[in-house]
Ligand binder design. Sequence first.
Ligand SMILES: [Zn+2]
Length: 95
Amino acid sequence: MTACGRCRSRVWWAVNERTGNRMILDDQQVADGNVVVCGQAGDGTPVVRVLTRAELDESTPMLPGLEPVAPAAALEDRPRYQAHQVTCGRAAVPA
Ligand SMILES: [Zn+2]
């Protein structure tokens, strides 16, 4: 566990499955988060998938010819997180 250098919130690092970029996630799970852990890199860093709108909402039609990377049903039970950049600075700073 690590702390954000700017707001001191508890955060953790992960690697985006699709881009390979490192990203910072909030420590807390959120019900409507769009990030799920789907694996682990060789150095132990969690690998995450950032869900697209179509994957989050099955009622949203995918573009013709596109298939979901994973069935939404396979992801819906996983804990959801959100990128820390969304909330950085908004949470109360711990005393
Ligand atoms: Zn922060």
